[in-house]
Design a protein around this ligand. Structure first.
Ligand code: GLN
Length: 477
């Protein structure tokens, strides 16, 4: 069999399928064998499906390719765990809308990926299945919470995967693993069938080896959905049309709040190198200010925990997953939740319940919503002046397993650069832009105004057409 499949992008493999050089089942077995070989080292997958299946013959641009799915997105008949003990052996009874769309486009589902429990975390260490490993250095985390998806794509155990992003969970692991991660505008992609974390923040998006595959996947998964009333009626989009375009007249903002204290100097250096590359291509850069950035993290943790505490009430041991022993309702609820939820999940439920309680609601929750509006206003003002914003995706490269897990505040800071775009609802992506001296990947973040994913795709594609950072593959020992 053609062993170069790992050096090919998804769209190149799809072209080989179209030209009948290889068939979808052979592609599936190729990647399934890689999963069997390398997953014991990476722990990127929770489950890999042994059998190939394809439910459509529709000839989409990615027809016949396998895709991995973060384990908080429902696939009919398959286990959905959210990496939580409370959901062990729970099976989804329907397909999420994104899954239905992938199946209709002729992609095959190859398995589910590891994550922080219910997507709470930035390292995948909060998984009841143990942490995923970063394929560039297996002593390090792949980021989180979609760390399994990012590690799987980086190691080319699969050409691409879906993740979910509430405050950076697609972009931060993509950055730490050297792959592309895209959080679309709030409302672009249906969340029907996504296990809710923070419903006013969550978006599903692709994690891919390159921006072309990403644009093709966005074409497939975006669009209004009658099962998710928060989806926008934004009309049909063709994201792949944004590929291959000129970027010379663009104006990009550099927010000064994203380049200050806490930014690793090696990351700063790689981001500056990317900026210099664009400058040579006649892209104009201006310094801008998003003055409420410093309040994004505290506002996010109030809002996200409040929403999570409410969303997680449904896991009571009765309706889904594991039920504790007992014959009295109250104690069964309590015991199921005590045994089923991990530490971080309990912390979030407690924080959220506190900030929503009467007497504290206005002090915390309402105030956080007001801060959120100020953050959105900052972006609205800046996007009157620039086409896009460029920042680092993460303040540090991949950190060591165990390094931050005992200090939640340190862990929460991993998302300082990615949180604001979820609060504002705007699209944002992480694009590989280099490596540290220790050969750890660095990502740059591109943000745009609501529903302007095209500009991000345009800039990223131009960058990837002139650089090869996205083509580097980690050596797996
Ligand atoms: N790391 C952030 C958190 O722990 C973001 C998670 C996410 O985007 N799902 O809440």
């Amino acid at each position: 069999m053609n062993l170069n499949l790992i050096e090919k992008s998804g769209y190149e493999i799809a072209r080989d399928i179209k030209d009948k050089k290889i068939n979808p089942e052979e592609v599936y077995s190729f990647f399934k064998e890689r999963i069997d070989k390398y997953n014991p080292r990476l722990n990127a997958f929770i489950e890999a499906y042994p059998d190939f299946s394809l439910s459509s013959s529709q000839n989409s641009s990615l027809f016949g390719l396998p895709i991995a799915i973060k384990d908080n997105i429902c696939i009919q008949g398959k286990e959905i765990t959210c990496a939580s003990k409370i959901l062990s052996s729970c099976r989804a009874v329907y397909d999420a809308t994104v899954i239905r769309k992938l199946k209709e486009a002729g992609l095959s589902l190859i398995g589910t990926t590891n994550m922080d429990e219910f997507a709470f975390g930035s390292s995948t260490e909060n998984s009841c299945y143990g942490p995923s490993k970063n394929p560039w250095d297996t002593d390090r985390v792949p980021g989180g919470s979609s760390g399994g998806s990012a590690a799987a794509v980086a190691a080319r155990l699969v050409p691409f995967a879906l993740g979910s992003d509430t405050a950076g969970s697609i972009r931060q692991p993509a950055s730490l693993c050297g792959v592309v991660g895209f959080k679309p505008t709030y409302g672009r992609v249906s969340r029907f069938g996504l296990v809710a974390f923070g419903s006013s923040l969550d978006q599903i998006g692709p994690i891919t080896g390159n921006i072309k595959d990403c644009a093709s996947l966005l074409d497939i998964i975006c669009g209004p959905d009658k099962f998710d009333s928060t989806t926008a009626q934004a009309g049909e989009q063709n994201f792949t049309e944004a590929l291959g375009q000129d970027i010379s007249s663009l104006k990009i903002g550099l927010p000064k709040e994203y380049f200050g204290e806490g930014l690793d100097p090696q990351i700063k250096e790689r981001i500056e190198a990317a900026i210099n590359f664009f400058k040579k291509e006649k892209v104009e850069f201006v310094q801008v200010s998003l003055p409420h950035t410093q309040y994004a993290l505290p506002a996010y943790y109030v809002i996200a925990c409040s929403e999570a505490s409410s969303n997680l009430q449904r896991f009571d041991g009765i309706r889904y997953g594991q039920r504790a022993q007992g014959n009295k309702l109250g104690p069964v609820y309590e015991k199921s939740r005590r045994l089923g939820f991990g530490r971080e999940t309990k912390r979030r439920i407690l924080l959220g319940t506190y900030s929503l309680s009467s007497g504290y609601y206005d002090l915390y929750y309402t105030r956080a919503l007001k801060v959120r509006r100020l953050i959105k206003n900052d972006f609205d003002r800046v996007f009157k002046e620039v086409d896009a914003i460029l920042t680092p995706s993460s303040p540090t490269p991949a950190f060591k397993i165990g390094e931050k897990i005992k200090d939640p505040l340190k862990m929460y800071l991993s998302d300082v650069y990615t949180i604001s775009s979820n609060l504002a609802g705007i699209p944002a992506a992480s694009i590989p832009c280099g490596f540290t001296k220790d050969n750890l990947p660095v990502g740059m973040q591109l943000m745009a105004k609501d529903f302007d994913e095209e500009i991000i795709i345009k800039i990223a594609d131009f960058f990837q057409s002139h650089t090869d950072f996205h083509q580097k593959i980690p050596q797996l020992k």
